[in-house]
Each structure stands twice: as C-alpha cells, then as structure tokens.
Design a protein around this ligand. Structure first.
Ligand code: FE2
Length: 237
C-alpha cells in the first residue's frame, strides 16, 4: 500500500469514521478525501501492484457494480474506500445507499443528478422521484450522499474518455441490498449482491412455479439474513 494512501486510511479513521453523526463524519472526511484526490501517485502504485501480481483479480469477490474496485475496507467496518472506473458514456441506474458517502471526481469529469423521493414508501415497489440537482464534477470536486432516501442519485460519464471516482462510505445502516429506481415507471426494486441475487431468483422462481412450499420451508431451516428470509416469506405467500 502506498504511504499516501496508508496515511489517508489512518487519518480518515481518526477524523471521520469514529463520528456517529453522518453529517459530522462527512464534514470531517471531505478535506481528507480532497487531499487524496490531489495526487495520483498512490493510484498509479495501486494499479502497478495489481497488474504485476495478478492474484488480486482472483481474490476480489463479485460486486454489484462490475466497474467497482475495493481499495480498502476498515477492519471495524466503519468505512470503505472504493474506486469506480466509468467507461465512456456509461450511466448507472438511479440508486440509494446503505450509508453516508463522500464521492470525489478523480480522473476526468462525472455528472451527478440527485433525486428527492416524493412518496412515503408505503406501496411496495412504487416510488415517485423528482430531480433536484444536477452537476458536473471536475477532478478534485466532491459530492456527498446520505443513507436511504437521503442519497438517491445517478452518476454518468458524459465524455468519450474513461473517468474515475473515489468513493468513501461509512458504516452501513441497511445491509444486504440497495434500491434501484425507474423514474419513468415510478418503480423501485431491491438489488442484491451477486451471490444473494442468485438465491433470490431461485426463490422467486419457486413462487412463480407454485407447489413449492415444502422446498421453501425446508430451506428456511437454514440461518438466513432477514432480508433474504423476507423473500422466502413472500414466495410462500
Ligand atoms: Fe451512488
């Protein structure tokens, strides 16, 4: 690990990760992230090591976003540092987050649109969104997100060049899934990490096929996270 990046991790933990209040943590973390964005030595060093050793690729668990790179995970799970490498003209789905986050544009520009959720979430699968802010972040510029409805946004690389963002996230308040929104259809759906997703798809398939109560009940004897158990319960009807 490059000394600048190591120093960032150490100072970030001391400054931000210990703060319970998300607003305070973000305020304390922003100057440090800006400092990290001001140099590319540590980033070059990271890529150099990964490409030289190659074992890194096999060790990475599958992630929800294939362009996501885990740079550091604090042992106490109080924060997580990711890089996202955005292909030219790539756009992600409107989504929420399970924690606060500091997102810095690092290499080239990235466009962000923030959304306000207008409904109260009472109708499952339904969500009304209104765009509230649109900005193009130049290298070194930062945006922030907050958990759940406090950080619904969409990122887009509007240029023909590759772009990189550095994203630092705090402790997770809702584990297990994110939500993807479809503004035109006014819908919202849960998005699970790849392994969980395969299980959920199978459970939903059993629900669609019918007559699978015995299979579902047997599998529910396993210890399951709450959000996966909810899928089983829905499948049982
Ligand atoms: Fe995001």
């Amino acid at each position: 690990m490059h000394k600048d990046f190591e120093s960032f991790c150490r100072r970030f933990k001391a400054a931000a990760a210990g703060k319970e209040d998300a607003e305070n943590a973000v305020a304390a973390g922003i100057p440090l992230v800006q400092e990290l964005l001001s140099s590319d030595l540590w980033w070059r060093d990271f890529i150099r090591e990964v490409l030289a050793e190659r074992t890194w690729f096999k060790q990475q668990p599958p992630t929800l976003w294939p362009n996501e790179i885990t740079l550091y995970r604090s042992p106490d799970q109080s924060f997580l540092i990711l890089a996202y490498i955005w292909e030219s003209y790539s756009v992600d789905t409107i989504h929420d987050h399970g924690s606060w986050g500091i997102v810095g544009s690092y290499i080239n520009k990235i466009r962000e649109v923030k959304y306000l959720r207008l409904d109260d979430g009472a109708v499952a699968g339904h969500a009304e969104l209104e765009a509230t802010e649109e900005k193009v972040l130049k290298p070194g510029e930062i945006t922030t997100v907050f958990p759940l409805d406090g950080g619904i946004h969409q990122m887009e690389n509007t240029s023909g060049d590759i772009a990189v963002t550095i994203n630092v996230y705090g402790r997770t308040v809702r584990r297990g899934y994110l939500q993807f929104f479809d503004r035109e259809r006014s819908t919202v759906r849960r998005v699970y990490p790849p392994r969980t997703f395969k299980e959920v798809l199978m459970v939903r398939t059993l629900a669609a096929m019918g007559g699978a109560a015995d299979i579902l009940s047997e599998a529910m004897g396993n210890s399951l996270p709450d959000y996966v158990r909810e899928e089983y319960c829905q499948a049982l009807g």
